[in-house]
Design a protein around this ligand. Sequence first.
Ligand code: NAD
Length: 353
Amino acid sequence: MTNATNDQVLGSDIERSLDRNDLIVVTGAGGFIAGSLARYFHDLGYTRIRAIDRKPLPEWYQRVPGVECLSMDLSHEANAIRAVEGATEVYNLAADMGGMGFIERFRVECLRSILVNTHLTEASYRAGVKRYFFSSSACAYNTDLQKSPDVIALKESDAYPAMAERGYGWEKLISEMFCQEYWAERGLETHIARFHNIYGPNGTWFGGREKAPAAMCRKVIEALDAGDMRIEIWGDGTQTRSFCYIDDCTYGIDRIMHSPDLIATPINLGSSELISINDLVSMVESIAGVTLERSYKLEAPKGVAGRNSDNTFIEAVLGWEPRTPLRDGMAATYAWIAEQFAARKAGKAVVEG
Ligand code: NAD
């Protein structure tokens, strides 16, 4: 399930002024997206990739053979300096984050991720890094525009006037501004993508930080396993979202980082296929071949009422937008979580995230 034609490695169509031996640094690489990004560049033939995360190495989702893996907390300046030493490109995806249950409850932790980007931009500038990528979020958008489930898709200019999601969203918005001003004042080439709900295999699926697609898959698998054919849904299920498959995300990051038209210019990286949480549950049920009795936990964190990605800008600049159909991506995600669930049940170690 990729954007590439059958015999093409995903991303081999992209032009980058990057030597095979240039050092690529990927932060947050013990996590979901950055772990997949390190693998993506490795599969493209880049030979020097430094992957960093504060989690101990055994807790990383993916450790790619041949990739230098370091366990370091990048909220400390000295570690940020060490992290980018000799780097040509830096991809900063390290952040303390999770689904709505996490970001509504742990705002201080979310805000403190500002330290990572602050130290990494300064260290990258001093180290003469050629390009710097920051992973922003749809949570940076003005929440006043997201109160109805009949959502208007969010375009890049909708971040201002600013009324971002408390905690997490504000951290993203101010980190974006750091990236923009490091370009304007100091000439560090920065690129910024606002991710909209990325999902897929090798991400958090239990433990409290998981997001809706993984949570739905796990709940259906648990119901089947226990023979208890019920499912609990957070909110009333009418809230709408779009979900972007991981392969589209890693490819999109590469496209955005290497577009001369997208320097210091935040851009949406998300799918425009809108779905309600109720319909997402139905989709997972149909993948699993079951129908469950639904109950709604109305007081649970559910985030904004509706949100979608307006892809007019990315289509115009890159002639591309994420295209993996949600059904296909969810089938792959369901299969991976079912595998993890079975492994955990068999007593094997699985990563919580
Ligand atoms: P993730 O939680 O799986 O990965 C983030 C990783 O960053 C974790 O492994 C964590 O240990 C690491 N980290 C946190 N603080 C650190 C620190 N001080 N030093 C070193 N490592 C640290 O999350 P993800 O889904 O892979 O998200 C990656 C990036 O994309 C984050 O910046 C996130 O805010 C952004 N984002 C993700 C989504 C999504 O849907 N997954 C949506 C919008 C934005």
